[in-house]
Write a protein that binds this ligand. Structure first.
Ligand code: MMA
Ligand code: CA
Length: 207
């Protein structure tokens, strides 16, 4: 016994056998680690017919699709976007930076459904920064993408907010809604970025 294809075992749970692909006698995905096949082995298929190669690529695409995830591990998918809920705390400016560093933005809430999803997710969590402030002009609330707070969203202020007690320019989720709070407070935060469509890979486009 020399080939890894002989050791298909019950440990293979994500992909069924009929979703597996064989290229030049090598089973994809390998049952023991993806590193066992090099790119040049894959490309050196000169003695295969085009039709066989096409069939194998089609199977490979379907195998890739079944492994595809719209969001990185530890992020939450909701309506085409990915959300990261921090476990540590930072002030508002540093929360913005934390999101930029991972290719995302401190959350800009765009729909009522999104507000409701965040409200549910943050239940029983601590105060959490969102990407809304009036740092530029007192009482003019603006999202970090530059858009003004629309009239319809003002219902999400907690009762009596925003009250600007002792200068409060940044917005946090607390309880069921929003509160203006001191930007230097250390809070949890939420990052948001678009989900990735697996179908945009060059392999998929060609098939
Ligand atoms: C705190 C602080 C304020 C908020 C009030 C609500 C005492 O101040 O979080 O931002 O408006 O509580 O009672
Ligand atoms: Ca307040």
């Amino acid at each position: 016994m020399s080939d890894s294809q002989d050791v298909k075992g019950p440990q293979l749970s994500l992909l069924e056998e009929d979703q597996m692909v064989t290229v030049k006698g090598q089973t994809f995905p390998p049952t023991s680690g993806f590193s066992s096949v090099s790119g040049s082995q894959l490309l050196g298929s000169q003695n295969q017919s085009e039709q066989e190669l096409y069939q194998e690529l089609t199977q490979l695409k379907s195998a890739m699709d079944s492994l595809c995830r719209p969001c990185p591990w530890d992020w939450t998918y909701f309506q085409e976007d990915c959300y990261f809920f921090s476990k540590s705390k930072r002030n508002w400016e540093n929360s913005i930076k934390a999101c930029l560093e991972i290719g995302a933005q401190l959350v800009v809430i765009e729909t009522d459904e999104e507000q409701s999803f965040l409200q549910q997710t943050l239940k029983n969590k601590g105060q959490t920064w969102i990407g809304l402030s009036d740092l530029n002009e007192e009482a003019t609330w603006r999202w970090v993408n530059g858009l003004p707070l629309s009239q319809g969203f003002k219902q999400y202020w907690n009762k009596g907010e925003p009250n600007n007690v002792g200068e409060e320019d940044c917005v946090e989720f607390t309880g069921d809604g929003w509160n203006d709070a001191k930007c230097n407070n250390a809070n949890l935060w939420i990052c948001k970025k678009p989900s990735s469509a697996c179908s945009s890979s060059s392999l998929t486009k060609k098939l």
